[in-house]
Design a protein around this ligand. Structure first.
Ligand code: TXA
Ligand code: MG
Length: 335
């Protein structure tokens, strides 16, 4: 049961409070953020580690809590399009995407507006800003009360699997942040799709919760790939070995080897399954949205089995399958 109970702190000096998803919990979370403290909160994709985006010192604390090796630009979260337009300059295509998909799991990278308050540090010095209007009602209520843009990367320690429940957040960050607003599990389960609308045609910087096909249908044209030259500076968070469980990850497994953990999809019944240490089916009925929502908690569960390797059976690549394939490829990358 989510409540106000204190969590025993084993690392830092301040216990992390678990706040209930009610008016009092939201008000406390908003006060802490306005005071420059770190508060994890649920969105429909994953839990974010929030800080006042206008306060450079608060933003710097995010990197310390996450043990992020360097300053990557962060996403500024806002309650609605009107607030978003004070931070970013929306051209016609960015506006069409915002109107079609906000609130929802889409992040738009646009030029910085003259009226922007997002700090230099939150943007890692870039003259563009990544903006998202989340659909989660709790996130919306919190952002409305804070009244400032909230910078929030996923609320995990750097390089670990993204959190889709308050317990995942506490497992990684207990004692390092002021509070977590407990809104239960995140329904989408993979991070937002990131599209850059800067110069020329929109570019897909990261596949995510809104499928590429839906975005291309609204634009009436194909999304470009990130430019090779600026894939690094524009999406530095997209390191190859992101989203990594402790176990090794073996993709497109046709069979399960003894003592592996097995991550399945649909009606997969690979040979050797009976010898798996533990198995989990992301969606027995073959639904990619259900699979995305289960992905990160399944990786955590299989990892906790102690298996040295997680074997993953093939998953289709269309729709949300593109984001699932992207996260699994990062989990499997050498590290
Ligand atoms: O679903 C999500 O997007 C979650 C929830 C909490 O909103 N947030 C999230 O944040 O995934 P994070 O920090 O893990 O990923 C942000 C990505 C990074 O890859 C970063 O490099 C990119 O956004 N980014 C931020 N600002 C950018 C900018 N101005 N230009 C290009 N990429 C940017
Ligand atoms: Mg992340």
């Amino acid at each position: 049961m989510p409540d106000d109970s204190l969590h025993v702190n084993h690392i830092g000096s301040t216990p992390t409070r678990r706040l209930a998803p009610d008016a009092e919990g939201i008000a406390q979370a908003a006060r802490l953020l306005a005071d420059g403290r770190l508060v994890a909160f649920p969105t429909e994709t994953v839990y974010g580690l929030g800080a006042d985006a206008t306060d450079g010192a608060a933003v710097a604390a995010i990197y310390a809590a996450k043990e992020r090796p360097r300053f990557n630009p962060l996403i500024a979260h806002l309650p609605d399009l009107a607030a978003a337009r004070r931070e970013g300059a929306f051209g016609p295509e960015a506006l069409r995407l915002a109107e079609a998909f906000w609130p929802g799991p889409l992040t738009l990278v646009v030029p910085l507006a003259a009226t922007a308050r997002v700090s230099d540090l939150a943007r890692a010095g870039l003259d563009s800003v990544a903006i998202r209007v989340p659909a989660s009602p709790l996130a919306h209520a919190l952002l409305t009360q804070v009244g400032r843009p909230v910078a929030a990367p996923s609320a995990n320690r750097s390089g670990r699997v993204s959190p889709t429940a308050a317990d995942h957040v506490l497992g990684d960050l207990d004692g390092r942040i002021a509070a977590v607003l407990d809104g239960g599990p995140c329904p989408v389960g993979v991070e937002s799709t990131i599209v850059a609308c800067l110069d020329g045609a929109p570019r897909l910087l990261r596949p995510g919760g809104v499928p590429r096909e839906a975005i291309e249908a609204v634009l009436g044209r194909a999304l470009l790939a990130p430019e090779a030259a600026d894939a690094a500076p524009r999406a530095p968070g997209l390191l190859a070995s992101h989203y990594a469980p402790r176990a090794a990850v073996r993709l497109d497994a046709a069979a399960i080897r003894p003592d592996e953990a097995a991550l399945l999809f649909g009606d997969a019944q690979p040979p050797g399954l009976e010898r798996a240490r533990l198995s989990f089916n992301l969606s027995p009925r073959g639904d990619l949205a259900e699979a995305a929502s289960n992905l990160f908690s399944a990786l955590r569960r299989l990892d906790a089995s102690g298996a040295a390797t997680i074997a993953v059976t093939p998953i289709p690549r269309h729709g949300l399958g593109e984001a699932i394939a992207d996260r699994l490829a990062r989990a499997a990358a050498p590290r």
